[in-house]
Design a protein around this ligand. Sequence first.
Ligand code: GLY
Length: 385
Amino acid sequence: MTDQQQTSAPFGKGEWVNEAWNQALAKTLRNAKRIGSGFPHASSEGVYDLAEPEWWTAGFWPGMLWLLYQGSGEEDLKRLACECERKLDRVLDAYVRLDHDLGFMWTLTSVASYKLTGDETSRTRALKAANYLAARFNLKGGFIRAWNPWYEGDSNAGLAIIDCCMNVPLLFWASRTSGDPRYAHIAEAHMDTVVKHFVRSDGSAYHIVTFDPVTGERIGGLGGQGYAPESAWSRGTSWAIYGLTLAYHHTGKSDYLYAAQRVANFFLSRLSEDHVPAWDFRAPLELQALRDSSAGACAASGLLLLAEKVGAEDGAVYRTSAERILKSLYESYGAWEDPNEEGLVLHGTSHYPEQRNLDVPLIYGDYFFVEGLARLKNGGPFFWE
Ligand code: GLY
């Protein structure tokens, strides 16, 4: 038996993985009857809200439909995912609302569709999105600008955020499919900035870093969706684990792998007893009872990829930890038998500082939970890769 087999055999075969997959599939098929080709974000009182297609979360529902279609062949899921992708055309064409989340949105719709069906229209859409994303690069600072002004007079041209680690895979994909290395150059430059300016020596990460947009000089860190500038927002930590691992996957640059391991080790050392993270690892203790299941799900899928990239010993730790997180989400955070709850995974936290969507299912939590299961079932291809 090889080392790889030794590390993976006992986990991927767990009966609970198939059970969880079947429950996720059944619930999504039920949800699809109401949600159709809408864009759910957060579930409230058991019902997913439908966000506008401009919102950064628009890719997760179609992305999840693609994942479940891959594993089941259910044509309805594919049809709805394609409908969602077409609906996003008006967002891409209108241009003005687009920010760096182009990566999340078109990786899980158009790249997914192109990978699974070979549809050239999907490839063109994803390339357009990649061009808009590349155009947000600040050459002096070596970062991709996060947002557009939120209000008249807002000046945020110098803000970059850790979440963008998951947007840059669209650029790596664009270089691969087009043969033009410029997209990957930008992706690498941004990820170099993440390693240098976002990841702290203990493996925690800033949510937001501000730069002078003219000189490119680093100004400082901001708390963003975390508790405070020097705290450790758990979803940001999971974006870093997964995004750095993907950057290593695409480039083979060991800096990214070491940084991913540093962040992963921090994340795992801070997990609570049930293996699911508090929304911020450095929030005051009385606030840490509030979990963010979406951070757990995203980290788990990233850890499963990380496990494939490192030696057998570390790989076994990451894989076992990922499985523990997903199993805990399945056994203790699901509402599988509750017909009055559309969310797959309960207890996500979207934005604590603004008190938005606390302790609710979030569509990205559902997405990464299903993606993690697909990894345990040896599914794929995965859209970020
Ligand atoms: N990208 C925004 C968030 O993670 O909530």
